[in-house]
Design a protein around this ligand. Structure first.
Ligand code: NDP
Length: 474
């Protein structure tokens, strides 16, 4: 009697994932470096399904049916490497190690290549949905070899979230593709959240609405185009009252945002790929700015605008709703561009529509909106940017006047909206006939002889700026 699958690392995520597999009728081997955790797990959950508790890595591997499938749910980085090494030492060709942690895709590529040399499969699987998702159905983004997915896929699809009967799990692509897509998912999550908090901040500052009143605004928004998990939980958090003080919860929390690194990784990768993910970058930087209390204290004396509030409440609420939707379309368009760029760079052949499909449920950015992205890519798989999909183009056209008013209002009353502003700047830059990049090229040629191309002739040219100012082919 062997286990169908094993989970090593029984902290929040691993524990719930193991239970999820058991709830679906699979025999699950469980293991944790510190054995107390395994014992505690068995004490609490043994009645929920068929578990085989292992005291050592050797025992854990031996308890798995071949080809063995062992999921690692430990801290990303060096701990993951250590656990891979221990598992691999006891495994045989054809066995699989699945890393469900938040690994950097470059690490996953390295690990996959190293294990492939040893005849083992390594599947980097992004898992989103937090604690609750792991237990009741996460969104799963597995990479690795297609052969590995043949036997592993059905198990993962079984425990993944389902939307309209479709599992939120698909083979993303080879080696690090799954972790890459999970990373961009988190990056999009950053920008989604940034846009939400800007909406809250602007409406509160401009109109003096209370957190409770704003909870009602978001509740209303959740009935329309913006319907999503993040808007839903915004209602919950804004409506929550601190038990100790009786004040709105949001007013007793220190206003310095933390980050674990996936947003930063997304931006770092985007810089390397040359993809403008301005929404994600602004979100990462907004968190960073919040975490500099000394500078913020010093800067409080700087001059601000005379105007502090906006005139028309009802109109501004609707304008902000539209600005949020438009900026969100931009943020997702940028994220999907990054996936497309990496897919081309690494030869992953990622299907963007399939990514939208598996993000519809189980994960943090799950939203009604993702169905529209899926439809957009189904209608036109080679869409140059999501913005030009007819549905999204119409939504942007519909929103743009409001969007401009929101950015103008925010600037006038001095409320920072880097997400809204940068998304609008991106939209306006992309739709421009001519960009000032032409002048930039001129400057580059002037000081560094970097050359430029002409609109009317092929080839590269240089003007002798310091001499006769005659243009010559470079
Ligand atoms: P943690 O990231 O807190 O990791 C704790 C687990 O790692 C424990 O089981 C611990 O074992 C084990 N561990 C740490 N170092 C080692 C080591 N050197 N060798 C063996 N085991 C080690 O757990 P989480 O459940 O929060 O997350 C697991 C993974 O899932 C992480 O990569 C995380 O980024 C990712 N993730 C987390 C989400 C979340 O919402 N928490 C959501 C999605 C992904 P011991 O008990 O012996 O200390």
């Amino acid at each position: 009697d062997k286990a169908d699958i094993g989970v090593t690392g029984l902290a929040t995520m691993g524990r719930n994932l193991a239970r999820n597999f058991a709830h679906h009728g699979h025999v699950v081997a469980v293991h944790n470096r510190t054995q107390n955790r395994t014992t505690a797990f068995m004490d609490q959950h043994r009645d929920e399904g068929a578990f085989l508790a292992a005291g050592s890595v050797e025992e854990f591997v031996a308890s798995l049916r071949r080809p063995r499938k062992a999921i690692i749910m430990v801290k990303a980085g060096a701990p993951t490497d250590a656990v891979i090494e221990e598992l691999a030492a006891h495994m045989e060709p054809g066995d699989m190690i699945i890393d469900g942690g938040n690994a950097l895709y470059a690490d996953t590529r390295r690990r996959e290549a190293a294990l492939r040399e040893r005849g083992l499969h390594f599947v980097g699987a992004g898992i989103s949905g937090g604690e609750e998702g792991a237990l009741n159905g996460p969104s799963i983004m597995p990479g690795g070899a297609p052969e590995a997915y043949e036997t592993l896929g059905p198990l993962l699809e079984d425990v993944a979230a389902k939307v309209d009967g479709t599992p939120c799990c698909v083979h993303v692509g080879p080696d690090g593709a799954g972790h890459f897509v999970k990373m961009v998912h988190n990056g999009i999550e950053y920008s989604d959240m940034q846009l939400i908090v800007e909406s809250y901040d602007l409406l509160r500052q401009a109109l003096g609405l209370s957190p409770q009143e704003l909870a009602d605004v978001f509740r209303e928004w959740n009935r329309g185009d913006l319907e999503s998990y993040l808007i839903e939980i915004t209602t919950e958090v804004l409506g929550h009252t601190d038990a100790a003080t009786g004040r709105p919860f949001v007013d007793v929390v220190v206003d310095q945002a933390e980050q674990k690194g996936t947003g930063r990784w997304t931006v770092q990768s985007a810089l390397d790929l040359g993809v403008p993910v301005t929404g994600i970058a602004e979100a990462v930087f907004a968190r960073a700015l919040s975490g500099h209390p000394d500078q913020r204290t010093a800067a409080r004396s700087l001059a601000g605008p005379q105007e502090k509030g906006a005139a028309d409440g009802a109109d501004l609420v609707e304008d902000v709703r539209r600005a949020l939707y438009a900026s969100k379309i931009v943020a997702y368009a940028q994220g999907f561009d990054q996936i497309a760029a990496a897919s081309a760079e690494y030869g992953w052949s990622i299907d963007p529509g399939a990514m939208a499909t598996i993000w519809r449920g189980g994960c943090i950015i799950r939203a009604r909106f993702l169905d529209r992205i899926r439809e957009a890519y189904e209608a036109r798989p080679t869409l140059p940017t999501l913005l030009v999909d007819p549905t999204f183009a119409a939504a942007l056209a519909d929103a743009q006047v409001s969007w401009r008013r929101v950015v103008a209002t925010a600037a006038t009353i001095g409320v920072p909206t880097p997400g809204f502003s940068s998304a609008l700047a991106y939209y306006d830059a992309l739709r421009r006939d001519r960009l000032p990049a032409a002048l930039l090229q001129g400057l580059r040629d002037y000081f560094g002889a970097h050359t430029y191309r002409r609109v009317d002739r092929e080839g590269a040219f240089h003007t002798d700026w310091s001499g006769d100012r005659v243009e010559r082919p470079a």
